[in-house]
Design a protein around this ligand. Structure first.
Ligand code: SF4
Length: 244
């Protein structure tokens, strides 16, 4: 298993004294996946070991920013939000040293926890829904990050580990067109069995126009393969605005 601390340190955003590095917290509706539309309190960590070309939160990856917040402070804020569903997202939340402590503390307070991750590391933590979003070749950036990004996203060991440990899982793929399908099918063939309705396809796009332009092709792939389609509610409503 990759030590998440060493991975985050390699990305230049780890500080040993940081309890959890947080880019933002906010209340919104879940905009993607099987819990689409559910009111949720979002905890967005900062720092990522990938550099997707189309990353919609570059302030957690390409130019990571945030501030150090304790687990107790985050649990307290979640409680004051008065919402049962918590979404821990990023960035890559599984790189945070205190992810286990944070998820256990939230669970002890009775929250439903979704963890959204690319599945490139597999530390100890708990959640009610694991939202895995493996990255395919359509995410590869140009430039100096390209080979590191490809190496990390292409190591499926952590992904297999996570799939064995969690039963409530969705596997979410960002799709440009039908050309992405062979890579997705190849990956699914490598993994422990995932039911087709737990495979979620989402059109790539950072604007509503881009999402609409790709929606038809993604819709067809879902129908042909029994996968689930998810819109991108926050992109439709708010484009690239933060904190919504
Ligand atoms: S894994 Fe997520 S946060 Fe990291 S670069 Fe890709 S889209 Fe951005």
């Amino acid at each position: 298993m990759v030590d998440p601390r060493s991975t985050l340190a390699a990305c230049g955003v780890f500080r040993y004294s940081v309890p959890v590095l947080i880019a933002e917290t906010f209340t919104s509706l879940q905009g993607e996946g099987t819990l689409l539309g559910v009111p949720s309190f979002f905890i967005r960590t900062s720092g990522c070991n990938l550099r997707c070309s189309w990353c919609d939160t570059p302030y957690t990856s390409w130019t990571p920013e945030g501030r150090r917040r304790s687990v107790a402070e985050l649990v307290d804020e979640a409680g004051r939000a008065g919402i049962r569903h918590i979404v821990i997202t990023g960035g890559e939340p599984l790189l945070q040293r205190e992810i286990g402590a944070l998820t256990r503390a939230l669970k002890a307070e009775g929250f439903h926890i979704t963890v959204e991750t690319a599945g490139t590391v597999a530390p100890d933590f708990i959640c009610d829904l694991l939202s895995l979003s493996p990255k395919t070749a359509n995410s590869d950036p140009e430039g100096r990050w390209r080979s590191r990004h490809q190496r990390i996203r292409g190591d499926f060991g952590p992904l297999k580990n996570l799939l064995k440990r969690f039963s409530e899982v969705q596997l979410k793929f960002v799709v440009r067109d039908g050309g992405d399908l062979p890579e997705i099918l190849d990956l699914l063939a490598l993994l422990p069995r995932v039911e087709p309705e737990s495979v979620v396809l989402m059109p790539e796009g950072r604007t509503a126009q881009e999402v609409v332009a790709r929606a038809g092709a993604v819709w067809r792939l879902c129908l042909e393969h029994g996968f689930r389609y998810t819109p991108r509610l926050h992109v439709d409503l708010f484009g690239g605005r933060r904190g919504v």
